[in-house]
Design a protein around this ligand. Structure first.
Ligand SMILES: [Fe+2]
Ligand SMILES: [Fe+2]
Length: 213
């Protein structure tokens, strides 16, 4: 069969499929879970609740990353930028799967508001993308740097005994730093104020809510 270019409708359907998989499905990871080698220490109830709250935030972060990148890719002008965004989204799928597995081990669950987080982030991604590809990549850099910073914060505040969550977050942090560097190398623009601050405010709001719900 001859390969043909995707029509806007094809793309819309692919995006809708990604949204459903991310929010309601359990997309499989391509790489092994970094926590597999770590002992599954039994945490006390308070520690488990705290660890689950943090891992739920990280899971939501990955839902948002998927949605942002897919939203940005939907309006990207340059094929190379689109490919870069979709490739970054693929690695985020590993993070998504690992966080979901850890939440399950902690007898917890992902955020009930994931459909909302996905929709909001997709819209933000598409809006950012409409400003042009330099902005698109600048948005990736800023997102990844902010995620990297909050992963650092979580690595400090996770219960000491929770080596399994920590192992996952260490690999995620290294991946996010690489995603930022790659986007930088592809010609990201520096986002003007107040965009980075608004993004930080939105992510703080998300963190406060996702820790609980
Ligand atoms: Fe990620
Ligand atoms: Fe990333």
């Amino acid at each position: 069969m001859n390969a043909r270019a995707l029509t806007p409708i094809d793309r819309l359907l692919i995006d809708a499929q990604n949204a459903l998989d991310t929010v309601f499905g359990a997309p499989p990871a391509q790489r092994a879970n970094p926590s597999a080698q770590e002992p599954d220490v039994v945490l006390d109830a308070a520690e488990r609740r705290h660890a689950a709250g943090l891992m739920r935030i990280n899971h939501v972060g990955e839902v948002c990353a998927q949605a942002l990148y897919v939203g940005q890719a939907a309006v990207a002008r340059d094929a190379a930028t689109r490919a870069h965004l979709l490739e970054a989204a693929q690695e985020e799928t590993d993070h998504l799967a690992w966080c979901a597995q850890r939440l399950d081990e902690l007898d917890s669950r992902p955020s009930l508001l994931n459909p909302l987080w996905y929709a909001g982030s997709y819209a933000i991604g598409a809006l950012a993308g409409l400003r042009g590809d330099g902005w698109n990549l600048g948005f990736v850099v800023e997102t990844e740097r902010q995620v990297e910073a909050h992963l650092d914060e979580h690595l400090q505040t996770l219960p000491v005994a929770d080596a399994r969550s920590r192992a996952i977050l260490e690999v995620m942090k290294a991946d996010e730093a690489r995603h930022a560097d790659d986007a930088q190398a592809q010609g990201a623009r520096v986002l003007p104020p107040p965009v980075p601050r608004l993004m930080a405010m939105a992510s703080n709001l998300m963190k406060t809510i996702a820790y609980r719900v």
